[in-house]
Design a protein around this ligand. Structure first.
Ligand code: GLN
Length: 195
């Protein structure tokens, strides 16, 4: 089983490490370029995307992550992680940047203050059974380029899971509800690239 990383600058790192370890992966908390160089795939956790962006730039991680993504490293982002994998943010705070890689525009905190957090059952392309999805101050995808596959939408049409090649992201947090299928997909992409 190849070694994978969870970007550990801010956010719910531990939940992702635990989920990946449950699936038998060897997992590294990635904070520095030297650690990134040892992994074959990267999970970008939920948290606060503007803070993760700032810390990534401060610690010299932005360019190495962009380079790894450009070389085809599989990556999975949840919530803030999805924002960081988006090529564009509709409403980023001033100067906010992303790693990019998925040809989408995201809107942060897209579900308003009354419904900051909610849970719902979602049908996801490629999964036999629905997913119990937890949304916490979640983004939504407001534009998708031609190479982007929509994996899940809410009943109102809001796109909440997308994939482009070896990169994918969910606006919700499977790692907090014991859902493991997205992490399995991530590990499958890592294994496919290694073979
Ligand atoms: N609202 C957060 C952001 O913009 C994301 C929230 C989350 O990751 N749960 O980064």
């Amino acid at each position: 089983m190849p070694r994978v990383g969870v970007l550990a600058l801010q956010g719910d790192v531990r939940e992702h490490v635990r989920t990946l370890e449950t699936l038998g992966a060897e997992v590294v908390a990635v904070r520095r370029p030297e650690e990134l160089a040892t992994v074959s795939g990267l999970v970008i956790p939920g948290g606060e995307s503007s803070v993760i962006d700032k810390l990534a730039r401060t610690f010299g991680m932005q360019q190495p992550i962009r380079a790894a993504i450009a070389e085809g490293m599989p990556a999975y982002g949840t919530c803030a992680g999805l924002i960081l994998l988006a090529d564009r943010i509709a409403d980023g705070i001033r100067g906010q940047e992303t790693f990019g890689g998925i040809d989408i525009t995201v809107q942060r905190n897209a579900f308003g203050s009354q419904i900051d957090s909610f849970e719902t059952e979602l049908t996801v392309a490629g999964f036999d059974e629905p997913v119990s999805a937890t949304f916490i101050r979640a983004p939504r995808v407001v534009e998708t380029g031609p190479a982007v596959e929509v994996l899940a939408s809410l009943p109102d049409g809001a796109i909440v899971a997308v994939r482009q090649g070896a990169l994918f992201g969910t606006a919700f947090h499977p790692e907090v509800s014991g859902e493991t299928r997205f992490h399995e997909l991530f590990l499958d992409l890592v294994a496919a690239r290694a073979s």
